[in-house]
Design a protein around this ligand. Structure first.
Ligand code: MN
Length: 500
């Protein structure tokens, strides 16, 4: 069995509410689709506008391997517009349900059929391949539908297509419906919409029943809930039905990202095959299983579709995963340090935050820094801030086993806290804050905050950092960590010089 793929990302996909592609964007996507191995690219609907024709012409001019197709209604002007663009074929769409014929076209079945036949003849005479497509075919009278297809084939249509325009098929109905259309003498296409989330299932069912070509879009974009998605259809065929297509499966993730970027239609993270979570594991048991043998919790490998496996560390994370990740980052921690890292990740998890690899690296480096021997330790910090008070900080530090209390005011809470710290250590060392840099690692107001400070002492610059969910704590800890570095260097120097 051989399944051909007609991609309509540039036509049905572009009809996604809010999506409009420039001619150059169409071209970029078409080049990628061709590289992906799509058999037919429906590049647009030539009658739509001058810009649309410009886009289709650019695609045609690229001399791609794929057949280039334009959508056309069963009217001469539409075929003329397609001819002007130089496409190979038209996807010639004729509404066949009484609902569409009576309420949309205000015609009779006979009138619609007659016009369709005339237009097919015109297109064929002018050298176009014709895919005769029945709109709303799944709510049409089956005998009328078959009659239209038969007459269309007699006059020269090369393929026929039955569209489930409002997505009302079920896999069972799709099976019997496409079965009844498969022996009309020409290849049969399936075109499914996703109003009930069944577009891919219905498409697969139709292909099993005898359709030989699927209309799909990248990421399943399209009108309303979209079309059958290319990546889901192709990978299901490959992995679950052992049916090959000409699609280079390992390009799917890349193509998905590109279409998402250009169209501005973002993917839900749990989108099958190409979603950001499609190969992400959080739970300790799952992640442990995947590390031991990927098949335990992955039906296909991410590499198959050009995606990446990702471990997300949240409250379900197991200690073995964290240990493994830290090791892979080239960092070494002892049991005491590991315990602190583990506790911090779990605490963040309980606050509803997930930790990525980047977060884990920052936390680990932070713990490695903090847990070095230190002379100055924060024991207590209180901040008062708001629009009617002067930002004030009071703190208690343990400096070389002596308790020091201090307070400070500043232009903001971070400034107040740093002022208080500076005052409390002024007897120990003359330290200047040279640089203060703050960054939210993963975005969002609940993100981990990474503070990097550069401190100057005796002409030397020391860099220190801290990563915490709280910006004030991150700032104070970074500052203290820098102070500790300076003091321990001084201490070592003094020991060497025999001062102590
Ligand atoms: Mn459609």
């Amino acid at each position: 069995m051989d399944v051909k793929i007609l991609d309509t990302t540039l036509r049905d996909g572009e009809q996604t509410p809010g999506v409009s592609l420039t001619p150059d964007e169409k071209l970029r996507i078409a080049i990628k689709l061709d590289e992906l191995g799509v058999n037919i690219i429906e590049a647009g609907s030539a009658i739509t506008s001058k810009g649309e024709r410009e886009g289709i012409k650019k695609v045609v001019g690229e001399d791609l391997s794929a057949e280039i197709c334009s959508f056309a209604r069963a009217v001469k002007v539409d075929v003329d517009a397609a001819l002007e663009c130089g496409v190979d074929s038209v996807h010639l769409v004729v509404p066949t349900s009484d609902l569409h014929i009576e309420h949309k076209l205000r015609r009779t079945r006979e009138e619609v059929k007659e016009q369709a036949i005339e237009t097919i003849e015109y297109a064929v005479e002018n050298g176009l391949l014709v895919e005769l497509s029945a709109e709303d075919s799944t709510r049409s009278d089956l005998e009328f539908l078959k009659q239209l297809f038969k007459e269309g084939i007699d006059i020269g249509a090369d393929r026929i297509c039955a569209c489930d325009t409002v997505g009302m098929l079920t896999p069972e109905k799709a099976s019997s419906f496409y079965e009844s259309l498969k022996n009309l003498g020409k290849p049969l296409s399936v075109h499914c919409h996703n109003d009930f989330g069944l577009a891919v299932a219905n498409t697969l069912s139709a292909l099993q029943a005898g359709a030989s070509q699927a209309h799909v879009t990248v990421n399943g974009i399209g009108e309303r809930a979209g079309n059958a998605s290319l990546e889901e259809t192709v990978v299901a065929l490959y992995s679950l039905y052992n049916i090959e297509t000409d699609i280079n499966i390992e390009m799917l993730y890349e193509v998905s990202r590109m279409v998402s970027r250009i169209t501005g239609v973002h993917l839900q993270p749990n989108k099958a095959i190409v979603g950001e979570n499609a190969f992400a594991h959080e739970s300790g048991i799952h992640a442990d299983g995947v590390i031991k043998k990927a098949e335990t919790y992955e039906p296909i490998t991410p590499e198959l579709v050009g995606h990446k496996r990702r471990f997300v560390m949240g409250k379900h994370v197991g200690s073995h995963i964290i240990k493994k990740r830290i090791k892979e980052m080239g960092l070494r921690v002892d049991d005491r340090q590991f315990h602190q890292i583990f506790t911090r990740i779990k605490t963040l998890g309980d606050k509803g935050k997930c930790v990525t690899d980047v977060d884990l690296q920052a936390i680990t480096e932070d713990v490695l820094g903090i847990m070095a021997e230190k002379m100055v330790e924060l024991e207590e910090l209180t901040i008062v801030s708001g629009n009617t008070v002067t930002p004030t900080a009071s703190l208690r530090l343990n400096i070389d086993n002596k308790e020091v209390h201090e307070a400070g005011i500043g232009i903001g809470p971070v400034d107040a806290a740093i002022v208080a710290v500076k005052k409390s250590i002024k007897d120990f060392a003359d330290i200047e804050l040279e640089e203060y840099h703050v960054e939210a690692i993963t975005g969002g107001t609940d993100a981990l905050i990474d503070v990097v400070v550069k401190l100057k002492h005796d002409g030397n610059i020391v860099t220190a950092r801290s990563t915490q969910p709280d910006i004030i704590m991150a700032s104070v800890e970074a500052y203290l960590s820098g102070i500790n570095k300076i003091l321990s260097t001084n201490y070592v120097k003094k020991v060497k010089e025999g001062d102590l």
